[in-house]
Structure formats: structure tokens, C-alpha cells
Write a protein that binds this ligand. Structure first.
Ligand code: C2E
Ligand code: MG
Ligand code: MG
Length: 707
């Protein structure tokens, strides 16, 4: 009923006089009034008028008030309408029948018209309150249905009754059962959880404590569901203990939580624990290792050149391979049991995927570091077997870094960090190997950081310089060219060796601008020597892996050379065997592009990689530079044999051979005797600044004239 519009009263009475009097009284009291002359017209008037309240006479010809009231209650919208019945004074029988027929209240005739308005208003207020309560109950019921939240009560003997529809549905109780005891209720709960239910309602009921618990229920033919029960201890009106409570289906929430857990702690591709959860397990394993005073090993495992697979075959194949590697890794840990088994953990717990192509294994129960090495070797063998992915045979090589508790650290983070440092070392050592952590690596890592920090500023501050190391012809020892070698003079760090900063420059990408600067300096120097008539020399310039992979390398280099007014043919680009091999077909393409500009190509440190002769033949190269290590060990028969083979092989491939690192005259003599085309090394000259080179050249000329 609106508070603004006056309430509508429908007066049903056969006595016209009474209707007139009632209308006058009620209109006077602020109501609007509609009338019906007998019970048979009640429903018709009710639908036409929509009264807020009905004043109904009992005795009427035709349909009496009782029958009319019962009809009203059964009709749509009539169930809760306030009905005030007018009965004869002290007619107890009529009063009883009126209530039975659904009357809300009664008044006795003769009617006190002064009070009637108040009476009706009171009834309307009560009806409004009841309506609000019903609406609120309906909302609550709806909310409970949506939340799958049921309500129940239980007495001191553990008998459950009553309960709501939701309780029945959530627990899967059969329809028609209205009371159930704990023993019967346990049948609906999965076997493992039954004791908890009995414990909760048994002693729990006796000591009258409130509690909550989570159980799994499984109705016949239904999936298992998680339910959450909350029970509040109370006393009933007689003081007897009882429980009232709720039961809620929380299966969805649990599933979502499990999913979140899976996402947070497991890797989506391999299903293995992620770095964070391996770390958590490592913490546990360390506590146990400390307690048992046993060593423990952490292995950081990285797939070599995985990126290439991703790039060439796509992510789907890459992921497939990662999964297969994960499985083999787990299997290897499993067969290595009991080395690998973590206390209180299954073997799977020992393996995780850290990121990208990096895995971690935690080996508890290792007797010594040697066990970890054994495992690493076994793992390399297992992963070395071909994988069959998407109908293709694939080979995987891994680099492994190992740190051992307690020697390399006692905390999880230190051990993980040190295993990573050892892994980085394994990669530097040429990959496909394992490496233990040593504290020297830490010092190295620190130095690396310092170098990186300073390196960024060094280019702007012009702290670099190019030195030139002469190369002489094998036949007459006349200078033919130089190798440009970069030097870094840092005000605090002093002279930093390229062997130290070039790898850092590579990782940070700085090697690209640095390399261009070196090439530019070398070109300008050559041009200036040309102009000054010092001589027309060829200069070798080193290219690092990152430079080699840089986009448009050939154009950048050609521009730099052209800017100095030089032809590309005066520059020999030195690339190590490893760099060329690593890039496979892409390398051949890049080399061809460089060749097309006229650059000469040299394979640096030759003999340390694994280039096959057939592969070499496909490369557009001009020069092989025998690695210093063979020259240094020329006194050894095998090395001498290797050097002679390289020289004769180069000859058959029509490649020029350069020997670097010539320090002794016996080495020089041997190399010349073998017909090595060019020689480079401290014996002839160390790398020198340009000015010193000019002086050196003058000395050489003087020597030649003297001979
Ligand atoms: P590399 O290209 O193999 O250069 C030869 C290295 O051997 C140079 O070391 C040179 O000083 C050294 N050397 C020359 N003769 C002898 C000798 O008779 N005995 C011994 N023991 N060593 C000799 P450096 O200048 O320290 O350079 C080391 C490496 O750093 C180079 O090896 C090269 O890979 C890299 N590097 C140097 N300059 C550059 C550059 O401008 N760009 C790039 N990308 N790498 C460079
Ligand atoms: Mg070189
Ligand atoms: Mg070299």
C-alpha cells in the first residue's frame, strides 16, 4: 500500500444500511470505500477494486462470508489480504469458523464505527510488516539458493531436523526424509571424512562448542562436492543443548582455489612446479638436510639453443619439447632414487621449470658432490637420446650448473643463485657440459656487474682505443696487415681485458655500437696510412656473436667503411667458429650478404669448434685462423699434426691460413716450413697503438733493407 494514496476498503454486506454507515465512517476516517452486496460478488469486486483490506459480513444470503473468505484466500493475490469478519456478538462458533476460513481478525456487531477506522489501520500496518517480512524472507531464501547455503538444526542426541531445501540439496539427502541422525548422515560423506563428522557432532555436541568443518559429500551417481559446515551451539527453550547451523556447497570455490594454486605454483606448459614452489620445497629439504647433516645439491639445467627450435618450428613444437624434456628429467630423478627423493616429498617435488628453457632439480640425499655429478652425467645421457616431436627427430643438449649444500651456501636463495652462476659458467665453457659452483664465480659475477655499470658510460666518454697487431707473410715475414683489437682504459678499473668486457658488452647489446666504433677507427687509420704513404694494408676486425646476429649488419658495416672512404675488400671480418656454427643456415645468408659488399671473411680461433669440412665448404670464407692453443702446444706431436692438417686442408679449400699466438722462433720456423700464409703473435709484435705501429713498420722496413 502506498503511504500517499488512501487505503481502499471493500465492504461486503447484504445490509445496505450497514454499508452506508460503514462507508460514511470510513471515508470520514480517510479511507476510500467500495461495496459488494453479497459473498458471491466478493471475488469480482476484489479483482475490480484491488482493495487493501476487506470487511466481510458472515451471514449473507447466497454465499456466506466463510465460503467467500475461503475463495478469496485461494484466488491470486488474495492469500495475504487482511480480512476483518463481522460476526454476531459472542458467537464463538462463527469466530472459530471465520479463522478457519482464513479471516485475519473479527469484529462483533453492532459495530463501533468510531473504533473501526483504528482497527483497520492497525490491521493494515500489521499486513505491511508481514509483507516486508515475507519479502525479506524471500530475498534471504533466494540468496541462500544462489549461495547454495542451507540451514539446519540438530538436537542434543545428534538428530538433524528441520532443514531447508538447500540443505537437502547440498547434502544430497533423499526427498521424504525429514529427520536424520549423525550415523545416517555419515553415509552421504566420503569415507575418509566420516570420522571427522562423527568427532564433530559426537564429543563436540557434548561439550557444547561451536565449530566449522569442511567435508566432501558424494551422492550416488554424482561428482564429489566440497561442503562447508558451520555449527553454532545453543540451548533450546527448555535449556537443552542443540546446534543450529549452515551448510554450503563450496566446490566451485575450492576448484577456483585449486586453479589459482596451480597457476601460482605450477608451470602451465610442463605441469611441473615453478621456481617459486621448488624454492619452497628446497627450504623444507634444507631443514631436513641440516637436521641429518647430509649434503644436498641444486641443479640448474638449461637447454642449449632452445630459442632456435622456437624460432624455426614454432612455440607449439617448442612447448611439446619442453614437456618431453620435463618428463625425461622427472624419470631420471626417479631412477636415481633414493638420491633424489626429498624427505616427505614425492620424487616429482624435486624437479621444476624455472623459466623458459631452464629447469631445476633438487637432489636431497646426495652422499657427496660426486653423486650430483653422476646425476648430471646420467641426465645428459638421457636427454641426449633423440626426441620425437611432431613427427620430427630432435636432439637436445643441456648445460648444467650445480651448487652443493653446505659448501656453496646454506640458504635456498644462495644455492639457487650459485647453481645459476655455475650454469652461466657452463654456457661460457661452450655449453653441453656441467659445472660446479666455485666461489671464484661469485667474484667474477661481482666484477661483471661493475664492468657492466662502467661499460655503459665508456663509449660516450671515449675510453676505448684501438690497437693494431701486425700480421706478416709466412714466406718473407713482410707486414701484410693488422688485427684491430679494442682496448679499454678505465680511470678506476685500469686496463680491462677485452676477454672480460666483450662478453658483458655482448649481453648488454653494447657490443654493436662498440664494434661499429672499432671498425670505423680501424678504417680511418687505414685511410690515413694510405694517404700518408705508410702502406696499403688489410685490417682484420673481430665480430662478436651479438653483432653477427644484428639486423642489417652488412649495410651498417658497409656504411661505416664507406664513410672512411675505404673499400670493403680492405677489411677482414673475423668470426669464431662457434658463432658461425650456432646460426646454421642464417649464418650462411649473413656471410653471403657481407661477401656481396666485398668484405673478406676469416674464421677465428679455428680448430676449437666442431666445423665439419663439408660445412666449411659451403661457407663463403677466405681465411682460417688457427687457434693460439695449437700454436702454443706445437712442441706436442698431436698439436703439430693438427696444425699441419689444418694448413693442408685450407690449401685444398683454397683458403688462406693465419697462425696466431706465435711466441717462439721454433713455432715460427715450423709454421713457415708448413707453408702457413700469415703469422701473428708477440714474437713478431704485440698489439700496439697506431703511432707505435708506424715506428714498428719503419723498423721492419729498415730490417728488410738491411737483409
Ligand atoms: P682474438 O680475436 O683471438 O684475438 C687474439 C688475442 O690474442 C688478442 O687478445 C691478442 O692480444 C692475443 N695475442 C696476440 N698474440 C699473442 C701471443 O703471441 N700470445 C698470446 N698469449 N696472446 C696473443 P685480446 O686483445 O686480449 O683480445 C681477446 C679477444 O677479445 C679477441 O680474441 C677477440 O675475440 C676479442 N676482441 C678483441 N677486440 C675485439 C673487438 O674489437 N671486437 C670484438 N667483437 N671482439 C674483440
Ligand atoms: Mg681475432
Ligand atoms: Mg683468435
Amino acid at each position: 500500500m502506498s503511504t500517499l494514496a488512501p487505503a481502499r476498503v471493500l465492504v461486503v454486506d447484504d445490509d445496505e444500511m450497514l454499508r452506508v454507515l460503514t462507508r460514511a465512517a470510513l471515508e470520514n476516517a480517510g479511507f476510500t470505500v467500495a461495496e459488494a452486496a453479497d459473498g458471491g460478488r466478493l471475488i469480482e469486486a476484489f479483482t475490480a477494486v484491488h482493495p487493501d483490506i476487506v470487511l466481510l459480513d458472515v451471514l449473507m444470503p447466497g454465499m456466506d462470508g466463510f465460503e467467500a473468505c475461503a475463495l478469496l484466500r485461494a484466488s491470486a493475490g488474495g492469500a495475504h489480504l487482511p480480512v476483518l469478519m463481522m460476526t454476531g456478538l459472542d458467537d464463538v462458533e462463527s469466530i472459530n469458523r471465520a479463522y478457519q476460513a482464513g479471516a485475519t481478525d473479527f469484529v462483533t456487531k453492532p459495530i463501533n464505527f468510531d473504533l473501526l477506522g483504528h482497527r483497520l489501520r492497525y490491521m493494515l500496518r500489521a499486513k505491511n510488516t508481514a509483507d516486508a517480512l515475507r519479502a525479506s524472507e524471500a530475498r534471504l531464501a533466494l540468496a541462500q539458493r544462489i549461495a547454495r547455503l542451507g540451514h539446519w538444526e540438530a538436537d542434543a542426541r545428534g538428530r538433524f531436523a528441520p532443514w531447508t531445501v538447500e540443505t537437502r540439496e547440498v547434502l544430497g539427502l533423499p526427498a521424504g526424509v525429514d529427520v536424520i541422525d549423525v550415523a545416517a548422515l555419515t553415509q552421504f560423506v566420503v569415507e575418509d571424512d566420516r570420522d571427522r563428522l562423527r568427532d564433530a557432532f559426537g564429543p563436540g555436541m557434548r561439550n557444547g562448542k561451536s565449530f566449522s568443518l569442511e567435508l566432501r559429500v558424494c551422492a550416488a551417481g554424482d561428482a564429489e562436492r566440497n561442503i562447508h559446515v558451520v555449527a553454532v551451539a545453543e540451548h533450546d527453550a527448555d535449556g537443552a543443548p542443540r546446534y543450529v547451523g549452515t551448510v554450503q556447497d563450496v566446490s566451485e570455490r575450492r576448484r577456483a582455489e585449486q586453479q589459482i594454486h596451480q597457476l601460482a605454483y605450477y608451470d602451465g606448459v610442463t605441469g611441473l612446479p615453478n621456481r617459486q614452489s621448488v624454492r619452497a620445497r628446497l627450504v623444507q629439504a634444507l631443514a631436513s638436510a641440516a637436521h641429518r647433516q647430509r649434503p644436498l645439491a641444486v641443479l640448474s639445467i638449461d637447454l642449449d639453443h632452445f630459442q632456435r627450435i622456437n624460432d624455426t618450428l614454432g612455440f607449439a613444437v617448442g612447448n611439446e619439447l619442453l614437456r618431453a624434456v620435463g618428463e625425461r628429467l622427472c624419470a631420471t630423478v626417479r631412477v636415481s632414487d633414493p638420491i633424489a627423493r626429498l624427505t616427505d616429498c614425492t620424487w616429482e617435488d624435486a624437479v621444476g621449470r624455472a623459466a623458459g628453457d631452464e629447469f631445476i632439480a633438487v637432489l636431497a640425499n646426495v652422499g657427496s658432490a660426486e653423486d650430483a655429478a653422476l646425476f648430471a652425467r646420467r641426465l645428459r645421457t638421457t636427454l641426449g637420446q633423440p626426441f620425437e616431436i611432431a613427427g620430427q627427430e630432435m636432439y637436445v643438449r643441456v648445460s648444467i650448473g650445480i651448487s652443493v649444500y653446505p659448501d656453496d651456501g646454506v640458504g635456498a636463495d644462495d644455492l639457487l643463485k650459485h647453481a645459476d652462476a655455475a650454469l652461466a659458467q657452463a654456457k661460457r665453457e661452450g655449453r653441453d657440459c656441467y659445472q660446479f659452483y666455485t666461489s671464484a664465480l661469485n667474484v667474477r659475477a661481482f666484477k661483471r656487474l661493475t664492468v657492466e655499470m662502467h661499460l655503459r658510460r665508456a663509449l660516450e666518454r671515449e675510453q676505448f682505443e684501438v690497437h693494431f697487431q701486425p700480421k706478416v707473410r709466412g714466406s718473407d715475414l713482410r707486414p701484410v696487415g693488422f688485427e684491430a683489437l679494442v682496448r679499454w682504459n678505465h680511470p678506476d678499473l685500469g686496463r680491462v681485458s677485452p676477454a672480460e668486457f666483450i662478453p658483458v658488452a655482448e649481453e648488454t647489446g653494447l657490443v654493436v655500437p662498440l664494434g661499429e666504433w672499432v671498425l670505423g677507427s680501424a678504417c680511418r687509420q687505414l685511410a690515413s696510412w694510405d694517404a700518408a704513404g705508410v702502406g696499403r694494408f688489410v685490417c682484420a676486425v673481430n665480430l662478436s656473436a651479438a653483432q653477427f646476429r644484428a639486423r642489417n649488419l652488412h649495410r651498417c658495416l658497409a656504411d661505416v667503411v664507406a664513410a672512411a672512404g675505404l673499400e670493403a675488400g680492405r677489411i677482414e671480418l673475423e668470426l669464431t667458429e662457434g658463432v658461425i656454427m650456432e646460426d646454421g643456415e642464417a649464418a650462411i645468408r649473413t656471410l653471403n650478404e657481407l661477401k656481396a659488399h666485398g668484405f673478406r671473411i676469416a674464421v677465428d680461433d679455428f680448430g676449437t669448434g666442431y666445423s665439419s669440412l663439408s660445412y666449411l665448404k659451403r661457407l663463403p670464407i677466405d681465411v682460417l685462423k688457427i687457434d693460439q692453443s695449437f700454436v702454443r702446444e706445437l712442441a706436442r706431436e698431436e698439436d703439430a699434426a693438427i696444425v699441419s692438417t689444418i694448413i693442408s686442408m685450407a690449401r685444398s679449400l683454397r683458403l688462406k691460413v693465419v697462425a696466431e699466438g706465435v711466441e717462439e722462433s721454433t713455432q715460427l720456423a715450423f709454421l713457415r716450413a708448413q707453408g702457413c700464409d700469415e703469422l701473428q703473435g708477440y714474437l713478431l709484435s704485440p698489439p700496439l697503438p697506431a703511432l707505435a705501429i708506424e715506428a714498428w713498420l719503419e723498423r721492419q722496413n729498415a730490417l728488410a733493407l738491411a737483409c
